[in-house]
Design a protein around this ligand. Structure first.
Ligand SMILES: [Zn+2]
Length: 226
């Protein structure tokens, strides 16, 4: 059962990464003896928003990329961790955009760690902290976005830290009603459309490069990068 669960979750996470549409598991896998396997009926309430009469089976077949992602997830624990994190962020993005942003940033940061080693904080002799996480994030963004976009989105790290360390929410988490959509005028809208969606796209692009083995060669750990 655990294997069936893992396979189904991996497939949905890979399809979500590939299509940029959230693939949700409607029914969990069950032991074969319980019931005959069947596709959920088109009347299932959770499918109401997505079922089309003219769907063809080939539209549902995994692409080469989704299959490659599932394959990599079997072979590389880091890929499992990062793809699962992105998938979970996508699942909570509508209700928890600030937390989703923390996760997307961490995925970008984890990939940036290949290129930017952390360095010892030099504030005083006693300090044993390591610094450089924000630099890892900004460096990895440059691999996924044009320079201007990477620079703009790099500022998201400050908001991410305010959520992670101070509990700050930047989106519509604290709103009761759906609001009119003003795109960039409202700070919460700006956060969602200009930052969360963009960092999700950047994380997705980096994961694609990772799955396809197209990321640049990592620096060696003793290399000192500024
Ligand atoms: Zn320090």
């Amino acid at each position: 059962m655990k294997r069936a669960n893992d396979q189904l979750m991996s497939l949905c996470a890979a399809l979500t990464l590939d299509t940029d549409v959230f693939w949700e598991v409607v029914e969990a896998p069950q032991p074969f003896e319980f019931t005959l396997a069947s596709l959920p009926s088109a009347e299932h309430p959770s499918l109401a928003h997505c079922v089309k009469d003219n769907w063809e089976v080939r539209e549902l077949a995994p692409s080469g990329f989704a299959a490659a992602t599932v394959g990599k997830m079997h072979a590389d624990p880091e890929v499992v961790e990062l793809v699962s994190a992105c998938y979970h962020a996508r699942a909570i993005e509508a209700t928890s955009p600030s937390l989703a942003a923390v996760i997307y940033v961490s995925v970008v940061e984890a990939i940036g760690a290949r290129f930017v080693p952390l360095s010892k904080c030099e504030c005083c002799e006693k300090c044993d902290r390591y610094v450089g996480y924000a630099r890892q994030f900004r460096q990895a963004l440059k691999l996924a976005l044009p320079a201007g976009d990477a620079k703009r989105l790099g500022k998201l790290y400050n908001k991410r830290s305010k959520t992670a360390h101070e509990g700050a929410l930047h989106g519509t988490e604290f709103c009761l009603r759906e609001r009119t959509n003003s795109f960039t005028q409202d700070p919460a809208d700006y956060f969602l459309y200009q930052e969360v969606w963009h960092v999700r796209a950047a994380a997705g692009r980096l994961l694609r490069l990772m799955v396809e083995d197209r990321l640049p060669t990592p620096v060696s750990s003793d290399h000192n990068v500024e």
